[in-house]
Write a protein that binds this ligand. Structure first.
Ligand code: PGA
Length: 251
């Protein structure tokens, strides 16, 4: 069966000092929770100190992005090899990157391929905008994103998908569990079409968008939803821990 994943996307929040304090506030309790893959995704500058703090624990480390070239004259960028040196996972194609940094599915595709090449597990984000949702285009948008983001990638090797409707991110307006379950079932069928049924049954597909301790159970109870990518609520130790504990209790 698929082990659920709860990943905290800290986005551009926390100084190194604050990141260290946040990890110290939750690591003991967090590492005790079984049957859930717990992932912290702090900003790049905090990856090394956080890695040190969680080194003997069951908590995993993820980055929030990478560049697709191995090394060279790309001022300001971080390569897949650098990320793989510290992390097991990496978020790719988050809607904020698509929105503010003009990241296209073509770029996302190169990043996914580069991550898999160095043994990183990508958390590939897909999701429709509000207008697309209201126009009934969710499935069309998501299947296009999947197809182009995964183009020419034959082995998904631990890749995780996060379905994050853009209108639900950071808005306090989460999707419903039922709605999300349906879209995630659609994504799984899509993966089955692009790969095969075995791949589709094994791949973890998470929900993301305004997940809190108050609404998490409504998602986790759904059979197709394999966990959550948590933004705002992952910056509060007690709340993040609560979401992880609730997820474990569903298992
Ligand atoms: P949010 O962010 O939980 O703050 O809505 C989720 C995400 O962007 O991954």
């Amino acid at each position: 069966m698929r082990t659920p994943v709860i990943a905290g996307n800290w986005k551009m929040n926390t100084t190194v000092t604050e990141a260290v304090a946040l990890v110290k506030a939750m690591r003991a309790e967090l590492s005790k929770v079984s049957n859930v893959e717990k992932v912290l995704c702090p900003p790049f500058v905090s990856l090394a100190p956080v890695k040190e703090l969680i080194k003997d624990s069951s908590i995993k480390l993820g980055a929030q992005d990478l560049y697709f070239t191995e090394k060279g004259a790309y001022t300001g960028e971080i390569s897949p090899v650098m990320v793989a040196d510290l992390c097991e996972l990496v978020i790719i194609g988050h809607s904020e990157r698509r929105q503010y940094f003009n990241e296209t599915s073509k770029v996302v595709n190169k990043k996914v391929a580069a991550a898999l090449e160095v043994g990183l597990k990508p958390i590939l984000c897909v999701g429709e905008k509000l207008a697309e949702n209201e126009a009934g285009k969710t499935e069309e948008v998501v299947s296009k994103q999947l197809k182009s983001s995964l183009a020419d990638i034959s082995n998904l090797d631990g890749l995780i998908i996060a379905y994050e409707p853009v209108w639900a991110i950071g808005t306090g307006r989460a999707a419903t569990g039922e709605q999300t379950n349906e879209t995630i079932a659609f994504i799984r069928r899509n993966i089955s079409g692009l790969y095969d049924d075995k791949v589709a049954q094994e791949i973890r597909i998470l929900y993301g968008g305004s997940v809190t301790a108050a609404n998490a159970a409504g998602f986790m109870v759904q059979p197709e939803i394999d966990g959550a990518l948590v933004g705002g609520a992952s910056l509060k130790a007690a709340e993040f821990l609560n979401i992880v504990i609730q997820t474990s209790a569903m298992g």
